[in-house]
Write a protein that binds this ligand. Structure first.
Ligand code: SF4
Length: 201
């Protein structure tokens, strides 16, 4: 019998998780999917109705747009990794509670440890808050920072373009910058924490 990969074993654990209220409401857990060798990890918010039904991330209309965006830089889903901050659908697509985000964050941490991506792209506010706290997406979309050898890059959530058509091009342009950033990943210098920068003066 083939050995299960560490990531597949992790999926089994996530599927059994009852660590927050959302376990009671889910149809299926949505751990994430894609290449275990991915250089690029996209992190969205939480599963919606389609994702909850299928147990896969980004399979509704926003997912179709994400597929188009990936295709614009010559990539398919199976060449990247796609996950969410929250693994179970909040009922009625309500915002996840801070306690739910906290309870679920260990799973994403473990996924990142196993995949070891070169670049993490945040899609939407919850994943942005994880890596760019207290920032505004309108100011920082399309910009990078590098910490502990990982590049973090903030983008609007693809669903935003479905509600506000003018964002479609903004999101498309931000996606087009990714290949060049990734190609230069090793040469980008680490971003200094604010406190260290301040201590220079
Ligand atoms: S949302 Fe996360 S923490 Fe809550 S039950 Fe699902 S997997 Fe567990």
């Amino acid at each position: 019998m083939p050995q299960m990969s560490a990531l597949t074993e992790l999926y089994k654990e996530i599927e059994r998780c009852q660590d927050c209220e959302l376990a009671k409401h889910r149809t299926r857990v949505v751990p994430g999917e894609g290449s275990e060798e991915a250089d690029l990890l996209f992190i969205g918010e939480a599963p919606g109705w389609h994702e909850d039904q299928q147990g896969r991330p980004f399979v509704g209309p926003a997912g179709q747009f994400l597929d188009e965006l990936l295709s614009s830089i010559g990539l398919k889903r199976n060449q990247v990794y796609i996950a969410n901050v929250i693994k179970c659908r909040p009922p009625g697509n309500r915002d996840p509670a801070p306690s739910e985000i906290q309870a679920c964050s260990k799973w994403l941490d473990l996924q990142i440890e196993l995949i070891r991506p070169k670049m993490i792209v945040t899609l939407g506010r919850y994943s942005m808050a994880r890596y760019f706290p207290n920032q505004s997406i309108s100011k920082i979309h399309g910009t990078t920072k590098k910490e502990a050898n990982i590049i973090y890059y903030a983008m609007y959530h693809p669903a935003a373009a479905l509600h506000q058509g003018s964002l479609r091009q903004v999101i498309g342009n931000d996606m087009l910058k990714i290949p060049q950033i990734l190609a230069q990943a090793d040469n980008l210098t680490e971003t200094q924490p604010e406190s260290k920068q301040l201590s220079l003066f």
